[in-house]
Design a binder for this molecule. Sequence first.
Ligand code: ADP
Ligand code: MG
Length: 238
Amino acid sequence: MSSLVLKDLKKSFGAVTVIPGVDLEIQDGEFVVFVGPSGCGKSTLLRMIAGLEEASGGDIRIAGRSVVRTAAADRGVAMVFQSYALYPHMSVRKNLSFGLENIGMPKAEIASRVGRAAELLQIDQLLERQPRQLSGGQRQRVAIGRAICRDPEIFLFDEPLSNLDAELRVLMRVEITKLHERLGNTMIYVTHDQIEAMTMADKIVVLRKGVIEQAGPPLDLYNRPRNTFVAGFIGSPR
Ligand code: ADP
Ligand code: MG
């Protein structure tokens, strides 16, 4: 069974249609990369999947279950943002545990989840620090750690590395790939970076104006782009 299915998923803001209707099937454990120009609807799609934005029509199914009317917290989806979105006045430990405390999870379970996430992301030594005492790369690790603590079925990453310098991006890219190998979850990853798309993806989805131009394994798109638009993103080195 596909872990995530989008069926004619639509989004309009007032009279402006941003996503006219997207159909997509993502298999359990797949690492899928969304690419496309700024404003084409990548974040809107992720936000609808996460339940942070209401769909204007169509369906979203996770493990066969329709979730379009399910609250964000109950979808089994966790999102990592470009801007980290950490609580500035809380320690790293608190940033990781806060959401779990809010839903009344037992303390021992929280401690075990925080410990595991900290170990996976090598932030065990940073747990008592405040976000302002962290580098950009460390902040992004904490943001990913927070998603892991929620133990979601699906991870969504919205340009998580855009704020990092080139060297750190390469490092984090490799780490996220390793994380995917260790956890085995379905992950959707939005990026502007062709190298990230080519190296990380099981499947690349190229979007233009809220429409999927082409979707497939990186080498298929690279070798057989359907049109010059896809070639511009994936097919030809820029
Ligand atoms: P991307 O992430 O691909 O850059 P977005 O999903 O952020 O694109 O935006 C897609 C389009 O939807 C853009 O034209 C953007 O201006 C519009 N948009 C996004 N959010 C809103 C909103 N809350 N209200 C109105 N328009 C929006
Ligand atoms: Mg965006």
